[in-house]
Design a protein around this ligand. Structure first.
Ligand code: GLA
Length: 730
């Protein structure tokens, strides 16, 4: 029996779906397509018995065999919803604690649950668990986004023991999937080489993906993955789970194929060096794990995550973004007011919305003329900018564009006034020599005073320059020699750092809710949904070579929507400006070039491209993405965006190999169109002096034809990138 939730917000209901023959209770967490079903047996033990497509008859969840019934589970908790360590568990736990009395065991029994509609289309289920022997409680939260088919799961841990309890491990979720085969796609890389995919079959035992970087989730691997069930992940078919942890620090994703050949997925904060001391009556809230189940392959999974992120996570996810001209690669640290004023005019001539002043504008005792000094001293350098930022903001505005600025407020240079004044604000071990990452150290955000300092860097800047239009927030260093001068329990530092960062960002967002902010972390170190609570966009990689970017952007697109991806046209790589522009268009366009060095046709092309972009950007940012041809297996990479009404689409195809005759030899089948509609195809971004080979006549094609037979964008070594617009012919 399932009661219907009639009134929003007030609706508390018990969602027992069925009482099976055994008298077990079932809690169902459902979206439009998916169900996650928890069984509570007569001993009040909570297990996960289903994660996959919804059944039509909810009463039948009671018939699902526990553990996939493949053999003996000696403990009856291989499929626990949140596996406690130290009592009867034999596998990887989700939670491991030492109680105040030194007892290292935990058992978790079901107490009750609540289901509540918290907003239109969002249902929150709370499952309360408790240790029968200790005043120690865990509440599991499942937020089900109905239309987007996304579930956000986290846990809250608290106790009323006499002294602090040590949490050794405290995962965000604990999923269980019985199937024949599991294929994990994980991503790895390094600076300027983000998001290389590897797909591997999972075999018995544990595969761990993790990071221990402190300030950021990614340098070597991101906290995002795909698991394909039974067959390797396909773009359009088959069962795929896409998962990602909302946490910008050390993470651990554990994939364990258990003795019954079922898959356990346990994502959360990395327990490495992070035994957390939790005081009585204090809540420890884990970060959220986000996941979606799709039976339409990777494509279905990523479209769900994109819709969810735009609507529910990224600030102004369904709003606007500013195109910009950045001076980093044009000037590096070498600029002055005159140079910048000329760049404002260049930006205006090009046709962008904003000028972004990058690193190098601050520091006086230790001027920021290279990356060794000045971080932390956020005062304008009087030599470079004698009239201050206020003057620059006005200059830019009188040239007709907005002004934005680069900050790296969490970091400090060893040579800075800040370090001289507050050596105890810096993360470093007292008895070891300092070790630098990009010549800098990290401020100790577990310290409230440091949080205030970082908040005030932004707040002062905004108070003095209220029309400042954009912040690029950078975070280049990782944490070495982790040690805080003020924290009580050193092993809380990694967690408290990230929570301190989020506290600051909460305050910034509370005061400046609409300020566009880009998140950069020496490239893509913080492309995660924890950080994207606060940022309108992210920097995928310092590698802006357009050919490389096709691959990097391709892989981020499994999890993150194009509206948040900052794609800049720079001088990296050997590709012509048309190719670079076409690649950047699959996200939010920016420029980091010397406009005055562009040839006449390059400038004309770029000016026209920006106008075209303005006309089609809504389809790219808010449309559904269909990846048509993968750069890993084809001569070309091809992907298209289709708007909700299915009457407009923008389709990108790029040559990624340059062997003899490489190109799109055959039609590429399109996706996501309305088979009954007719479409006219027009080429965009045609370079001055060249002609499109796509006929401009009045031929139209049905969606049915385009999705069954396809269309050849005619990409070859002379036409290395082609952008086509499809519009319904009415
Ligand atoms: C990092 C960023 C670059 C640039 C520099 C400035 O490397 O990724 O885009 O902002 O810092 O120092």
């Amino acid at each position: 029996m399932k009661q219907l939730c009639l009134s929003l917000f007030l609706c508390f209901l018990l969602s027992f779906t069925a009482n099976g023959a055994s008298g077990d209770t079932h809690i169902t967490i459902e979206t439009q397509q998916t169900a996650l079903v928890i069984r509570i047996d007569k001993d009040q033990t909570p297990t996960l018995v289903h994660l996959g497509p919804k059944l039509r008859n909810i009463a039948e969840y009671a018939a699902i065999p526990g553990n996939g019934k493949r053999g003996e589970d000696y403990t009856n908790i291989y499929n626990s919803v949140y596996t406690p360590a130290g009592s009867r568990n034999l596998l990887e736990p989700a939670i491991q604690v030492t109680h105040a009395d030194g007892n290292p065991s935990l058992d978790l029994k079901y107490v009750r649950h609540e289901t509540q509609a918290v907003a239109d289309g969002i249902v929150l289920t709370k499952v309360y668990l408790k240790d029968p022997q200790y005043p120690f409680e865990v509440t599991l939260y499942y937020k089900a986004y109905q239309k987007e088919d996304v579930i956000e799961q986290w846990s809250s841990i608290r106790h009323t023991e006499k002294k602090s309890v040590t949490l050794h491990k405290y995962a965000s979720a604990n999923l269980y999937i019985p199937a024949q085969n599991y294929y994990l796609t994980h991503f790895h890389g390094d600076w300027a080489n983000e998001m290389n995919p590897s797909e591997i079959p999972l075999t018995e035992g544990i595969k761990i993906l993790d990071s221990k970087l402190g300030t950021r989730a990614d340098l070597f691997q991101p906290p995002s993955f795909l698991v394909a069930i039974n067959q390797p992940a396909d773009e359009n078919q088959g069962e795929v789970i896409a998962g990602t942890l909302s946490w910008s620090g050390n993470f651990q994703l554990a994939f364990e194929v258990d003795p019954l050949h079922n898959l356990r997925i346990i994502p959360g904060i990395n327990p490495y060096a992070s035994a957390y001391s939790l005081a009585p009556n204090t809540e420890f809230k884990t970060p959220a794990f986000l996941f979606t189940y799709s039976n339409q392959g990777k494509g279905g999974a990523s479209r769900s995550l994109h819709r969810w992120a735009r609507k529910h996570r990224i600030p102004q996810g369904e709003g606007n973004r500013l195109t910009l001209l950045n001076n980093w690669e044009a000037t590096y640290f070498d600029f002055n007011e005159e140079k910048l004023s000329a760049l404002f005019k260049d930006g205006k001539k090009l046709g962008v919305d904003l000028f972004l002043l990058d690193d190098g504008w601050f520091g006086n005792k230790y001027p920021r003329n290279n990356d060794k000094t000045g971080l932390g001293d956020w005062q304008e350098n009087v030599k470079k900018l004698p009239h201050g930022l206020g003057y620059l903001v006005k200059e830019a505005e009188s040239s007709g564009i907005k002004f934005g600025i680069w900050l790296e407020p969490e970091m400090v240079s060893p040579k800075s006034e800040l370090y001289e004044k507050h050596p105890d604000w810096v993360i470093k071990l007292p008895n070891r020599s300092e070790y630098y990452f990009r010549n800098q150290l990290v401020l100790d955000l577990s310290n409230r005073k440091v949080q205030d300092f970082v908040y005030n860097v932004v707040n002062d800047l905004m108070t003095k320059n209220p029309t400042l239009g954009f912040i690029k927030w950078d975070c280049n260093a990782v944490i070495y020699n982790a040690y805080s001068a003020t924290i009580q329990n050193q092993s809380n530092l990694y967690v408290d750092y990230v929570q301190g960062l989020y506290n600051v960002l909460e305050r910034v967002r509370a005061k400046y809710p609409t300020l566009p902010m880009m998140l950069c972390s020496g490239g893509g170190g913080r492309v995660d949904y924890g950080a994207l609570n606060y940022f309108t966009e992210y920097w995928p990689s310092d590698n802006t070579d357009a050919l490389e970017r096709i691959f990097i952007q391709w892989n981020y697109s499994y999890f993150f929507p194009s509206i948040a991806s900052c794609n800049h046209i720079t001088d990296w790589g050997k590709q012509p400006i048309k190719f670079r522009t076409d690649v950047a268009m699959m996200g939010k366009i920016g420029y980091d070039i010397v406009v005055s060095k562009l040839t006449e046709p390059e400038l004309t092309f770029s000016q026209e491209a920006l106008k075209t972009y303005d006309r089609v950007k809504d389809v790219i940012w808010k449309g559904d993405l269909f990846r048509l041809a993968s750069p890993y297996t084809n001569d070309v990479a091809s992907a298209m965006y289709v708007n909700e009404a299915k009457d407009r689409s923008v389709w990108f195809t790029y040559l990624v190999k340059n062997r003899y005759k490489a190109g799109s030899m055959a039609p590429i089948k399109l996706s996501g169109l309305d088979p009954a509609k007719s479409y006219r195809i027009q080429e965009l971004n045609v370079y001055p002096g060249t002609n499109s080979t796509i006929s401009k006549d009045t031929v139209t094609y049905s969606g049915n034809y385009l999705m069954t037979i396809g269309f050849n964008p005619q990409v070859d070594t002379r036409r290395t990138s082609v952008v086509l617009e499809l519009a319904e012919a009415k």
